[in-house]
Design a protein around this ligand. Structure first.
Ligand code: K1U
Ligand code: ZN
Length: 177
């Protein structure tokens, strides 16, 4: 199965709002399988369809240490969030090499459909709660750096643009050889 290309901040496509999934067919199963493979290979603990330029409400998450507990959330909603917050050092596959603290509700209850269209609910805390909220932000076109100060965000943007220019330069050099 092919690995999918992960969009990098500040790509404007990361700010598109995802639409609900309406059809639960083999195309959706293939998208989920490709997203899971891409997340495991990256490696990451989550991936939202927005990050692979598919603007539908699909998330994959595996926060287990053994990397064998894939969770798939189609059309997820947060139905309850705790009033207590926690600060977690977040990362993002679309913002490689950058980790920073984000404060979010420490526990959430999410409702979603599985890949067959069956509804389920999950109550989450710890990394799973952080990850569900982080991935659901992606579906709304929000990247975690938007919680940081404009100064930090701009520094991250310039750093990633510089890295992208350097990668393109190296690729052109390799073609010219
Ligand atoms: O959405 C993404 O880009 C995935 C992101 C999820 C996430 C991680 C940490 C806090 C909030 C959200 C990542 O997976 S970043 C990579 C990462 O944290 C990790 C990778 C391998 C093992 C353990 C963690
Ligand atoms: Zn992310």
């Amino acid at each position: 199965m092919p690995l999918l290309n992960i969009l990098r901040f500040p790509d404007p496509r990361l700010h598109k709002i995802a639409k609900p999934v309406a059809v639960f067919d083999d195309r959706l199963k293939k998208l989920v399988a490709d997203m899971a493979e891409t997340m495991y290979e990256a490696p990451g603990v989550g991936l939202a369809a927005t990050q692979v330029d598919v603007h539908e409400r699909v998330i994959v998450i595996d926060t287990s240490e053994t990397r064998d507990d894939l969770r798939v959330f189609i059309n997820p909603e947060i139905v309850w969030a705790s009033p207590d917050k926690c600060l977690y050092e977040e990362g993002c596959l679309s913002v490689p090499g950058v980790y920073d603290g984000v404060e979010r509700p420490s526990r959430v209850k999410a409702r979603a459909l599985d890949v067959e269209g069956r509804p389920f609910e999950v109550e989450a805390d710890g990394l799973l709660a952080v990850c569900i909220q982080h991935e659901m932000d992606h579906l709304m076109g929000k990247v975690f750096v938007e919680y940081l100060s404009p100064l930090k965000r701009n520094r991250i943007k310039q750093k990633l643009l510089k890295e992208e220019r350097e990668e393109k330069r190296q690729a052109q050099k390799a073609v010219a050889r």
